[in-house]
Write a protein that binds this ligand. Sequence first.
Ligand SMILES: Cc1cc2nc3c(=O)[nH]c(=O)nc-3n(C[C@H](O)[C@H](O)[C@H](O)COP(=O)(O)O)c2cc1C
Length: 217
Amino acid sequence: MDLIKYLNWRYATKRMNGTKVPNEKVERILDAINLSASSIGLQPYIVLVIEDENLRKQIKSIANDQPQITECSHLLVFAAWDNLTEKRIDDFLKRMQEVRGPLPSKMKDWEIYLKNKARNSSADDNFNWNARQAYIGLGTALIAAAAEQVDATPMEGFDSQALDALLKLDAKGFAQRPYHAIRLSRCCQRLSGKSAESSQGKRKDVYPVIIGGAKKT
Ligand SMILES: Cc1cc2nc3c(=O)[nH]c(=O)nc-3n(C[C@H](O)[C@H](O)[C@H](O)COP(=O)(O)O)c2cc1C
């Protein structure tokens, strides 16, 4: 696979012709998001896949009338958890256990660390941390789309509060508040095997992606 070739092909597509992206390509892009790295493997965000034309028209009107929103065939909305809470961490661990069976004892340190972080940080700081993880997923989605030869545009130009209200995200504990900084970390050489919280080959089962409002299990 020549990744640089795909990345040279990619650009932020400002106009689209409405051609429907085949479902199997969308699924592969979602799988790539599921396999994305996130701090401690928590992946504290959801992805909504919006195909409904009427809903996309409403979103366009709160997104500076940007044409891609109705010209595309699939609109992916990344929504980060609005906070990090002990309940969310417990739910996550429960889900991990359901999927993987008993967790390695090392995960106890992880749980303590995360619960301390949740307790000792403000909701805003927790949200910003969650949003940074969502941006990693967004980056992965763009690369995966390029590899699938699917045109894509990353977008922030929307009224996030209005989008939260339209998609009822605040009621579900998610937020679309924009976050403007993207951090890139340098790749490092693989020095050891996979860690306990590694997403490799497991992310799909552990973290549900919401498609059109229905949970994918
Ligand atoms: C986080 C982010 C937000 C963006 N928001 C928008 C947007 O709202 N509308 C848009 O048309 N392009 C948007 N872009 C696309 C950039 O304008 C585009 O990536 C940049 O001009 C570089 O062009 P390229 O991606 O084709 O190399 C955004 C890009 C990023 C990374």
